[in-house]
Ligand binder design. Structure first.
Ligand SMILES: *Cc1c(COP(=O)(O)O)cnc(C)c1O
Length: 394
């Protein structure tokens, strides 16, 4: 495959002004990814700050209740800051520091990536500015507060629909304006090359650990690996080291919102078409004119109108499968895992739990499913209560 391409997907569809920043990033990453000192520092951060390796937990009660395949949970929810996002953010902030940058910028949707970035900036003594759709700053006031508490500056973005896709565009513009001292910490396996590769590499620690832990516990590979897909970073991380192991089925769970036959959905593979946006070629939810469509999911972390190019390629080649999961199914899984295992999953991760609930009962007891539990669900309790018609104080 040519550089930065995954089949026809990926590439670098960017303005001339961004090209210098991208070339500098690519050269730096190519150097540091093979630098033993860099890898040593990152693995120390993972261990001492994040709390890696994250547990691979045998969900015995869930397994028995569903009555089929044996289910393990990869506990990314136990990471510092509560999700897988910190893996990528620590990697990129360390890279920024090595490149001599003093200021990091990031986009954020619900605020999870913004909070993780502000955290890494506080830890490593960098200046941090986060771009967030104005709409989102109002819906996610608590995360705005956390970012400020951590020392970051939050810029509300008012262009377009004032949501995540506009925040990404605005952060790219800001980067192009000031590349000398600034590094753009992109939050998922998307955007122009080399971002999809960089983010995947930093998240791939997840599948590296799953493989090791599974061999220790079961002395074999799992049969299925499940993960939710927004842009696709936790899923790429959970899939990556299994891509060559063709006996392992890889399944990405997209947010169907109110259903793939409604306009209120974010299921890119189920409803999207090939297009170019945010510097990459991939699948995107589009209207009849090819404009990026507004997307919806109850889970704020999954309502991105595209999917990372490597996923688009895994889909094209049939190596991975992508299934839509509705709000209702995700909420049921959120409640089910909470009472059956005493683990409140993020609503995003609940999409993957929901698919396990569908397939596990029909699988043999000697089969094994691993669910990547991308984050914890404390942040989602208010919206689930509201969905169920309960009014609780925030
Ligand atoms: C942001 C987020 C996601 C979605 O992002 P991906 O890049 O698709 O992983 C999933 N789960 C949690 C907990 C998140 O915070």
């Amino acid at each position: 495959m040519s550089k930065g391409r995954f089949g026809v997907h990926g590439g670098q569809y960017i303005t001339e002004t961004l090209m210098n920043a991208i070339i500098e990033l690519e050269e730096a990453y190519n150097h540091y990814k093979n630098d033993t000192q860099f890898q040593k520092e990152l693995s120390e951060l993972f261990q001492n700050y994040t709390g890696r390796p994250s547990r691979l937990y045998y969900a015995e009660h869930l397994t028995k209740k569903l009555g089929g395949a044996k289910i393990y949970l990869k506990r990314e929810d136990l990471n510092h800051t509560g999700s897988h996002k910190i893996n990528n953010v620590l990697g990129q902030t360390l890279l920024a520091k090595k490149m001599g940058k003093t200021r990091i910028i990031a986009e954020t949707g619900a605020g999870q990536h913004g909070v993780a970035t502000a955290t890494a900036a506080a830890l490593m003594g960098m200046e941090c500015e986060v771009f967030m759709g104005k709409e989102d700053t109002e819906r996610q006031a608590l995360n705005v507060y956390k970012m400020r508490l951590l020392g970051a500056k939050v810029h509300p973005v008012t262009s377009g629909t004032a949501t995540l896709k506009d925040a990404v565009s605005e952060t790219m513009r800001e980067w192009a304006n000031r590349i000398d001292d600034t590094y753009y910490v992109l939050g998922s396996v998307m955007g122009p090359h080399p971002f999809p590769t960089i983010v995947r590499d930093f998240q791939s620690v997840i599948s590296k650990e799953i493989k090791q832990q599974m061999l220790e516990k079961e002395n074999r590979l799992p049969d299925v690996v499940l993960a939710c897909v927004g842009g696709g970073s936790n899923a790429m991380g959970a899939f990556y080291h299994f891509i060559e192991d063709t006996s392992v089925k890889l399944i990405g769970c997209e947010a169907a919102g109110k259903g793939v036959h409604t306009a209120e959905t974010a299921a890119t593979i189920a409803t999207g078409r090939l297009g170019i946006f945010h510097g990459m070629k991939s699948y995107f939810c589009q209207d009849n004119y090819g404009q990026i469509a507004p997307v919806y999911s109850i889970s704020a972390g999954l309502d991105y109108p595209g999917i990372g190019p490597e996923h688009a390629w895994l889909y094209d080649t049939g190596r991975a499968e992508y299934v839509p999961i509705t709000d209702e199914e995700a909420v049921e899984a959120f409640e089910y895992l909470s009472c059956v295992e005493g683990i409140i999953p993020a609503l995003e991760s609940a999409h993957a739990v929901a698919h396990a609930m569908k397939i596990a009962p029909n699988m043999d007891k000697n089969k094994i499913i691993v669910i990547n539990l991308s984050g914890r669900g404390d942040k989602d309790c208010v919206s689930v209560a509201k969905y169920r018609g309960e009014n609780i104080n925030e």
